[in-house]
Write a protein that binds this ligand. Structure first.
Ligand code: MG
Ligand code: ZN
Length: 223
């Protein structure tokens, strides 16, 4: 029987809103909006766009940003129980995020071990914030993703894995195409429907636990 491996997005999936957008609205100079539009129109890569947006924020705002995100971001219902479920069932769970370490890691503290998190990193040692990309695209991806989800999946999956992707947006689509099964909401749900990818919609992580239990029984029965 194949062994499940879960790859879960962060912004808009574990948190209810996109934290980069929340930070930009509060801390960046107004030019950030045109950069965001260029990324959405696919005129600029995600890596270039996110790097540029953070370059509008002075580094001294670091702690103000962390405090702002910790006091405003909301974690989706059932996430803690979901992590506990995967631990009980021995299912490897990785958080793969296009977000930045300074807000992803504090929000996930006490919920999941740091070595299960892949994300981008911020350097606050210059006047303005500089983003670093420790997980950029491998030679099979030319998307200039920033944090490249397909590359990470290729690196951590083994042949006997049943890969499950959880996500909400266009940034999860290439990973969803590689997956055996997708839990999707929002724009990713629409894309899964259009492309006929095996998927299920979700609103809370409790929904996901329920369906994983069902999948698990089906997989056991099919051996
Ligand atoms: Mg997302
Ligand atoms: Zn990529």
């Amino acid at each position: 029987m194949k062994k499940p491996l879960i790859i879960c997005d962060f912004d808009g999936t574990i948190t209810k809103k996109d934290n980069i957008i929340s930070i930009m609205k509060k801390f960046a100079s107004p030019e950030w909006e045109s950069v965001k539009d260029a990324v959405l129109d696919e005129e600029m890569s995600i890596r270039k766009g996110v790097g540029k947006m953070f370059s509008f924020i002075p580094s001294y705002q670091k702690y103000a940003m962390i405090e702002y995100i910790l006091s405003t971001a909301e974690i989706r219902e059932g996430f803690k129980q979901f992590v506990e479920y995967t631990e009980r069932e021995n299912i490897p769970l990785f958080i793969v995020s296009g977000g930045i370490d300074f807000f992803v890691k504090p929000l996930l503290k006490h919920l999941i071990a740091e070595d299960r998190i892949f994300c981008n990193e911020a350097d606050f040692s210059h006047d303005f914030v500089e983003i670093q990309w420790p997980h950029s695209c491998d030679d099979q991806c030319s998307n200039d993703c920033g944090c490249c989800k397909p590359s990470i999946i290729r690196k951590i999956q083994s042949k006997d894995n049943f890969v499950i992707v959880i996500g909400d947006s266009i940034t999860d689509l290439e990973a969803a195409k590689l997956a055996d099964f997708v839990f999707a909401r929002d724009l990713l749900l629409k894309k899964c429907q259009d492309l006929n990818l095996p998927h299920r919609s979700f609103e809370t992580f409790t929904d996901i636990i329920t369906y994983l239990q069902h999948l698990n029984e089906m997989m056991k029965a099919s051996v």
